[in-house]
Design a protein around this ligand. Structure first.
Ligand code: F6R
Length: 252
């Protein structure tokens, strides 16, 4: 079942996505949330913080597992995904920081770290709701095109284009990590519910190709079409290449 909600703009998208995450927390206060970084979820996290401050949300029993982390970066490096999560969400709500999980970028034994992360997700009982963004090439997490669908958490070599795109965020381009830990497609597909968000005209082509074209490892996000509980929240610009009228089996 695919549900598509069309939002007017980024703010509307952020409110809709935050509503879905809030519903999950209210219905299962000790839920496991799978979380993402990047620009797409910033507004969603901001909205969740606002509702928490109003007294409408309680994160005290929530556990989280993040999708990915750069290899080599410590959690206090401002470019690390741990730092992003702390500053955009965790520090502003009543979550127990010990219940928040991001792959350890500084793990000395990467294979052991991947195993630990997979076991951690299993020991938590799996992910109730996984939040995702989508890359321009259809990547989810750091699963780039042609990655095998069946992988769990693993170490990936970043493509040259990703390294170059990330260079602007670092004071010294030499500091851009060349590797990252990421949950694999298999880990993502095992989540009970998936929520993917996309904003802006630059995502319109990939949203069309990923969700209205064939399922193929060339477009990693296309596999989500066969998940049995997928919700897409995208703004008008991100859906501008997509004709929703002809869709069966969806709400929008
Ligand atoms: C982030 C992640 C990435 C992003 C994707 C979209 O944890 O895993 O797959 O979701 O690159 O990024 P934005 O939202 O910045 O366009």
């Amino acid at each position: 079942m695919i549900r598509i909600y069309k939002a007017k703009d980024y703010n509307d998208l952020s409110r809709k996505a935050a509503n879905i995450i809030s519903a999950q927390i209210i219905m299962k206060p000790n839920c496991v949330l799978g979380l993402a970084t990047g620009s797409s979820p910033v507004g969603t996290y901001r909205q969740l913080v606002e509702w928490y401050k109003k007294g409408d949300l309680d994160f005290s029993e929530v556990h989280t597992v993040n999708l990915d982390e750069y290899k080599g970066l410590s959690g206090d490096n401002t470019e690390s995904y741990r730092y992003f999560m702390n500053t955009n969400l965790f520090e502003h709500v009543n979550i127990n920081i010990a219940n928040t999980n991001v792959p350890n970028g500084q793990a000395v034994d990467p294979e052991a770290e991947c195993r630990r992360y997979n076991e951690l997700i299993r020991s938590l009982g799996g992910i109730d709701l996984q939040l995702l963004g989508i890359g321009h090439n259809g990547h989810i997490g750091f699963n780039e095109p042609e990655e095998a669908f069946e992988k769990e958490t693993h170490l990936v070599a970043l493509t040259q284009s990703t390294i170059e795109a990330n260079a602007r965020l670092f004071d010294d381009p030499k500091d851009v990590p060349h590797y990252a830990f990421t949950m694999g497609i298999k880990s993502i597909m095992q989540a009970r519910k998936i929520l993917i968000i996309a904003s802006g005209a630059d995502k319109a082509q990939i949203m069309h190709d990923a969700f209205f074209g064939p399922v193929t490892p060339k477009i990693p996000a296309s596999i989500l079409q066969i998940h049995n509980d997928l919700t897409i929240v995208a703004d008008e610009a991100a859906l501008s290449q997509t004709d929703l009228k002809g869709m069966k089996n969806s709400d929008y």
